[in-house]
Unconditional design. Structure first.
Length: 345
């Protein structure tokens, strides 16, 4: 026989309402810690499982947030630290995460939409579309009855994203403080040259350019105008060409850490030492710090981004019409010894 609130209350010698308040984690429940532990131990011993349907009817909430993603591998970015942040903050609020994806090429009728858009089953959504966002996705999110928070997308309201202009400025200023005057910025992703690219592509360069010009230095955007992202050998040769030019850069600011390996290889093949001959700073994923990051980096605060998205969503659940300002997060610096004082003239 399934355990009920009544059977738990009988064993604990308390009223059913007390058991209900304890098992539903009511913050204002006037129950001693000892009694609270006793009730939870009895519930666990009896194998009590809360009735989710009853909770929905009672509270009007599913205790669920939907993470809406793209079926295209490059349009959504979901590193482990970001997911951990989402889960940790949801669990702290006694909620859980549902992950779904939207059709990329439109849809003919509602039956082709994910169930979360056809049936009431989540309280709100966290939209994880970062760039090249299809118009049908924008329409679905706008027309949905669920409140939505945008993840890693630059918007004035209802979004959480990292301040890439500030990050680019701070990273470049760090190299300038180390007496570098010939600092190159590079992004080896060819797709980032296309319309609809992620906001960070332009913003990091804007921050870099502003720092260079503020110091009276000439910006050098070394981003290739042709596709070298497919083959490592092409990337190495491209970096070697830059490093053998007259008045070569003494430092690089990399848009993303994927450019570090070909740059380090090119430097080694040319007999350049890091950081005495060449300094390198990159932007990188927080998850990369546990996966062999090998150059100094400005780290994207992915865990904080996930937590902040849930916090913002819960504010919207309290007031769905609110135009809540977006949360803008700072990068943090991890020094791995690849940026040093420039001794070259």
């Amino acid at each position: 026989m399934a355990a009920t609130l009544k059977s738990i209350a009988a064993q604990a010698g308390v009223d059913v309402s007390v058991v209900s308040r304890v098992l539903n984690n009511k913050p204002k429940a006037r129950v001693s810690d000892a009694r609270r532990r006793q009730i939870k131990e009895i519930a666990q011993k009896l194998g009590y499982v809360p009735n989710g349907s009853a909770q929905v009817i009672r509270t009007g909430r599913f205790g669920c947030a939907a993470l809406v993603q793209s079926g295209h591998q490059f349009r959504s970015y979901t590193p482990s630290n970001l997911l951990n942040g989402l889960h940790e903050e949801l669990e702290a609020k006694d909620m859980h995460l549902l992950i779904t994806r939207l059709p990329e090429d439109g849809y003919n009728d509602e039956s082709e939409l994910p169930k979360v858009f056809r049936t009431l089953m989540a309280d709100g959504m966290i939209v994880n579309y970062n760039h090249h966002i299809p118009k049908n996705v924008l329409s679905l999110v706008k027309e949905s009855s669920m409140p939505a928070v945008w993840l890693n997308t630059k918007r004035d309201t209802k979004a959480v994203y990292a301040d890439c202009v500030k990050g680019g400025f701070e990273a470049t200023s760090r190299l300038i403080e180390l007496k570098h005057t010939r600092i190159a910025f590079i992004d080896i992703y060819f797709n980032d040259l296309q319309a609809g690219a992620h906001y960070s592509v332009l913003d990091r360069y804007i921050g870099y350019k502003h720092a260079m010009e503020s110091a009276g230095l000439e910006p050098f955007n070394a981003t290739p105008k042709h596709n070298i992202q497919e083959r490592m050998s092409d990337q190495i040769e491209y970096f070697k060409a830059i490093l053998t030019r007259p008045q070569r850069p003494t430092a690089f600011l990399l848009y993303w850490a994927n450019a570090a390996a070909p740059l380090l290889t090119a430097a080694r093949e040319l007999g350049l030492s890091i950081p005495s001959d060449l300094s390198i700073i990159t932007f990188a994923s927080e998850s990369a710090t546990d996966q062999g990051l090998c150059v100094s980096a400005y780290i994207e605060p992915e865990n904080e981004m996930g937590r902040s998205a849930v916090h913002l969503l819960n504010r919207l659940l309290e007031d769905k019409a609110a135009e809540i300002p977006s949360r803008v997060l700072d990068f943090y610096y991890q020094d791995l010894g690849t940026a040093a004082r420039c001794e070259r003239i």
